[in-house]
Design a protein around this ligand. Sequence first.
Ligand code: SF4
Ligand code: SF4
Length: 312
Amino acid sequence: MSQQAARHSALVKETAHSLGFDFCGIAKAEFLEDEAPKLEAWLKQGMQGQMAYMANHFDKRLDPTLLVPGAKSVISLGYTYFPEQSIPEDNTYHIARYAYGQDYHHVIKSKLRTLLEKLTEKIGNIEGRAFVDSAPVMERQWAQRAGNGWIGKNSLLLNRQLGSYFFLAELIIDLELEPDGPVQDYCGTCTRCIDACPTDAIPQPYVVDGSRCISYLTIELKEAIPNEFEDKMENWIFGCDICQEVCPWNRFAKPHQEPAFGAHPDLADMKYEDWEEITRDTFQKIFKKSAVKRTKYEGLVRNIQMAAKGKK
Ligand code: SF4
Ligand code: SF4
């Protein structure tokens, strides 16, 4: 690897950290050979549920040069969202911690653009694209290749310093950089996430059946939630953090410093009855800038009604 690539890599990491990213690793932009058969098998078993986008662009998802012509490097970044204080869980339904504050897509995408601009200023013209939670990019696989962690048995990326409460984002660029090595798997003999999942959505280690996962049921599923999950929602009405809460690596989770991720002040006061009587106006007010908007008012009401059947 050239000295220039090493210098540029150091610059990328330094700039990423200065913008608040918690980690930044680099992988060579190449075809994801090992992942291709796994993705195919997962799709064949229908584990994507209604997430048709998972099956689309199969080749693009495996080959970054189809997303950015001439791509040489994938920069994988992480941004923690673990809150200083979780919303108290007594007498109320739960929403996943990542959705407490403003929609991360906007917050992180703008940071990624700034990163690309700053690199272009210092290095010269760089062609590239920024991705946040974007269907054609296999984010966790790139993060693992870039040395940012390993994919745990709950299928999330785990980082030894931070646990798993962070967003992943990528810059795919045509600049040659020095790749960081992959990280080994530190799940060991632990099976806490598998044992704790209320819907048995982890049928075997490292495989999450999307069509049984509460995150999917409360966010992606457009129709009624099947009755078999009636008493299994464990009070979750948008997303689910159970397999993160039980993961021992999350004892290392560090609170974020991002003002945009702070919860709306009214959220902490919402109790069972407030949720059950939520009006369209309250929904608009509390979730105006939040990722929860994705379910729309009707979707959230559906989730609340379902969770209410098995209220804990
Ligand atoms: S998010 Fe919840 S439902 Fe989905 S796999 Fe994890 S524990 Fe199971
Ligand atoms: S709970 Fe245990 S098995 Fe599951 S991801 Fe965490 S360390 Fe791995």
